[in-house]
Design a protein around this ligand. Structure first.
Ligand code: DX5
Ligand code: ZN
Length: 221
């Protein structure tokens, strides 16, 4: 099994000490930092905006994987590009004109990502696979960390994996929500290349370094 990338979600870290959290997981071998932007409208929770991304950009050299859970993401592309996002992922349910928004992200030199909610059929993202660098399958209803993994997400991961391979597309396939060392190997076997984990890393009683080690052991089998 090819080893996946790990993208700790700072949603579950201490917001008053985010730079420390990012440095800790970078030292522990994280590949990306997953940054959850919520606007209190698209999802019933509120986090932070472009200034936090710009400040995190100064705290780590890892790619910043920015997951926009906001309405009208098209209005925010320039601000997150200016802030230093590496990947900028929009929800297919939120963007008014998906191809145009993805093109605007790429035109700013940022890697475009597209994601879908658990209730959204996979057909909503398949037509856009040729325009993205990252497909993100949500395995919880977005808004909060610490929720249970929705098993139905695995079928979507497999469908997107088949579609990417059939078209020889190299986009990353990321899964977000309820990922633990216990289910990580199944998610990778379904075709994921990037695993997001928030509570399983930042709320592990043994700390984030040990948590990442457990994940890496789990996917090695
Ligand atoms: C949920 C966020 C996730 C969240 C995952 O809306 O998109 O990135 O942090 O948290 P866990 O890993 O605890 O399910
Ligand atoms: Zn996320």
């Amino acid at each position: 099994m090819t080893e996946p990338k790990f993208a700790p979600s700072i949603l579950s870290a201490d917001f008053a000490r985010l730079a420390d959290a990012v440095v800790a997981v970078e030292r522990a071998g994280a590949d990306w930092i997953h940054v959850d932007v919520m606007d209190g409208h698209f999802v019933p929770n509120l986090t932070f905006g472009p200034k936090m991304v710009a400040d995190l950009r100064k705290a780590t050299r890892l790619p910043l994987d920015v997951h926009l859970m906001i309405e009208r993401p098209e209005d925010w592309v320039d601000r997150y590009a200016d802030a230093g996002a590496t990947y900028l992922t929009i929800h297919v349910e939120a963007a008014g004109d998906v191809p145009r928004t993805l093109a605007a992200i790429r035109a700013r030199g940022v890697r475009p990502g597209l994601t879908l909610n658990p209730e959204t059929p996979v057909d909503a993202v398949l037509p856009h696979l040729g325009s993205i660098d990252l497909a993100l399958v949500m395995s919880v209803h977005p808004g909060f960390g610490g929720q249970k993994f929705i098993e139905g997400a695995l079928g979507k991961v497999k469908s997107i994996r088949e579609a990417l391979d059939a078209r020889r597309l190299a986009a990353e396939l990321e899964v977000d929500g309820g990922i633990k060392p216990e289910n990580a190997a199944r998610v990778v076997a379904a075709g994921a290349t990037v695993l997001v984990a928030g509570s399983a890393i930042f709320e592990d009683p043994d700390g984030p370094v040990a948590a990442l080690r457990k994940f890496k052991q789990a996917v090695r089998g």
